[in-house]
Design a binder for this molecule. Structure first.
Ligand code: DON
Length: 571
């Protein structure tokens, strides 16, 4: 008898668990909307919980900057592979009165960094040293950036903006399938670079599992109580330095104390009836985007048609030219005289296209960076686009660089550090993890910022706010922002189609068009091949998050199906 009883009990629990599991599999964990139109305010972010936080702040009377700050802290909890307090980013703003600003809170090289720090005694780059582990981390900028933005534009108290992130970290949240897949993929690396136990270490993460981050909640509490000093000095700074010392890293408490975000003049230029507003160096995004649009403007793209051979060939050729300049001329303007005016001058760009041939590819070996006499003047990032009821718009792209950055989780402080040092040119001509090469402009130096491709962008049409957009994607960020804009402005797509449409990318070197699988028909490939192009198919390129102001003044928010967790919501 007792045997039967235990078998029955076992069977009962088995059925209950099975039933629970089936329900878990059927019911979506979160209500995600990837395309939505709303009357007055909109938030697009990479996770439904961060979107909810941003929207909540707008409803409480916060402006777009408040919402963005709350989103940033919330993403550090619910989107740990790229949302961060251990990384950095860029913010582009357009206030409802048309005034503009941009903020650079990119990481910096620690004071002990030097140009050859990733090379062996023979001058060869040491595999993985700039991408994984303690030495790959730059001095984080995100917290300083959030406080700088708040000081100038914030309306609600900072404590109110950080609180939702603290709650999410302390009480935990259910992870999505996308997050579970990533966490499972990086278990080995987490173990390799972390000695202490941490909440990310687990054998088999599944959708719906609860992720609680007590130590992160405590760090966020310190920031809430002490402001940026709660991160850059005191206990958090001590913990970061201790983590560095335990693993051969070089970020010191002095580096942290000295970190400051920088306000920069946003780059703007006209393209037909539009005005593009984007990020200047330390990101290469704005310069390259404006260069490409200026080179394209003389050609009838809409007549050529979306993904016609002529369009793809022309766009490839301008991308190739812009990325050649990026490699040679762009870096931290505080250290290197980036020749922005020359790079953006109409004469230079017209000259740049002088060797464009409508029928054949100009191979990259024949494209050199422009020459100026001006003295010599498996990644994850994320983006948020916000428009508030008053029409203030904020585009932010932020990152740890690779998924979970350098994989080092600061023991005691509860967050991952970036691996942004790899965005420097570790040696002239040697490609980084995105295949990008660089030169003197982007060589490593103490306290210098590494060059980025992040391209948070705001676009006006006939003087009014028209679009807010940006994306993760490493080197493909700039070309993806370009193509989504062209899809709307030239090819007549609505924003959802524009974001969903297949993308392609050329970055000068390697001399190849990267294209999303199924993106080009075989006839198109044949035509392009005849012109001299070659291809590499990839699963996806970038994950754009965008808002468009429609003709009736309503807002169309769109996330990217390439990230199933992208969530657009408004009211
Ligand atoms: O700043 C940059 O250009 C890179 N660190 C961005 C990395 C990135 O977008 C990875 N995401 N997919």
């Amino acid at each position: 008898m007792p045997k039967i009883n235990s078998a029955v009990i076992f069977l009962f629990f088995f059925i209950v668990i099975l039933f629970y599991d089936c329900r878990r599999a059927q019911e979506p964990l979160y209500n995600v909307t990837q395309s939505v139109v709303a009357d007055s305010a909109m938030v697009v972010s990479p996770h439904p919980l961060s979107t909810e936080v941003g929207l909540g702040i707008l409803r409480q009377g916060g402006n777009a900057v408040d919402a963005t700050i709350a989103l940033q802290f919330a993403m550090a909890v619910v989107y740990p592979r790229a949302g961060n307090i251990g990384g950095g980013g860029f913010m582009v703003l357009r206030n409802q009165d048309g005034s503009l600003a941009s903020l650079d809170y990119r990481e910096k090289a620690p004071a002990l960094a030097n140009r050859d720090m990733y090379l062996d005694s023979l001058g060869k780059p040491i595999d993985g040293l700039s991408t994984q582990g303690h030495l790959a981390a730059g001095v984080p900028g995100t917290v300083a950036g959030m406080f700088a933005a708040h000081e100038k534009y914030g309306r609600l108290p900072m404590a109110q903006l950080i609180e939702p992130a603290i709650q999410l970290a302390r009480e935990g949240f259910r992870i999505t399938q996308e997050e579970a897949d990533r966490l499972n993929r990086f278990q080995e690396a987490f173990q390799q670079y972390n000695e202490a136990p941490n909440p990310f270490l687990k054998n088999n993460w599944r959708e719906g599992d609860l992720l609680v981050q007590d130590l992160l909640a405590q760090t966020l509490e310190r920031i809430k109580a002490q402001g940026a000093a709660g991160f850059y000095t005191g206990r958090t700074a001590e913990l970061i330095e201790a983590e560095m010392e335990s693993g051969g890293g070089i970020i010191s408490q002095t580096d942290l104390q000295n970190y400051q975000a920088s306000w920069r003049e946003p780059l703007t230029d006209a393209y037909k009836e539009y005005r593009i507003i984007s990020m200047p160096p330390t990101s290469s995004g704005g310069v390259a985007l404006l260069q490409m649009l200026e080179m394209l403007e003389a050609y009838p793209l809409s007549e050529y048609g979306f993904h016609s051979a002529s369009s793809v060939h022309l766009i490839t050729e301008v991308e190739r030219r812009a990325y050649a300049d990026r490699a040679e001329h762009m870096g931290d303007m505080d250290f290197y005289p980036v020749p922005i005016d020359s790079l953006l001058s109409s004469n230079y760009l017209a000259m740049r296209m002088a060797d464009f041939n409508a029928d054949s590819a100009t191979t990259s070996e024949h494209i050199l960076a422009g020459n100026f006499s001006v003295g010599l003047e498996s990644f994850e990032t994320t983006h948020t686009s916000v428009v508030d009821e008053e029409g203030n718009a904020v585009a932010v792209t932020t990152t740890l660089n690779s998924n979970y950055g350098c994989k080092v989780w600061v023991d005691g402080a509860g967050f991952f550090l970036n691996n942004e040092m790899d965005d420097f040119s570790v040696k002239p001509g040697v490609p980084n993890q995105f295949g990008l090469i660089g030169a003197e402009a982007n060589a490593i130096a103490p306290n210098k910022r590494m060059l980025s491709s992040m391209t948070p962008t705001i676009i006006e049409k006939e003087g009014e706010l028209f679009m807010v957009l940006g994306t993760p994607g490493g080197s493909t960020i700039i070309t993806s922002v370009l193509q989504v804009f062209l899809n709307v402005a030239e090819y007549g797509m609505d924003l959802e189609q524009a974001v969903q449409a297949k993308r392609f990318h050329h970055q000068w070197l390697p001399d190849i068009i990267m294209v999303e699988k199924g993106g080009f028909s075989s006839a198109l490939m044949d035509s392009l091949q005849v012109m001299g192009h070659s291809f590499r198919e990839v699963d996806y390129i970038a994950k754009v998050k965008a808002i468009q102001v429609l003709e009736d003044g309503t807002l169309h928010g769109v996330g990217d199906p390439r990230n199933l967790d992208d969530d657009a919501k408004g009211y």
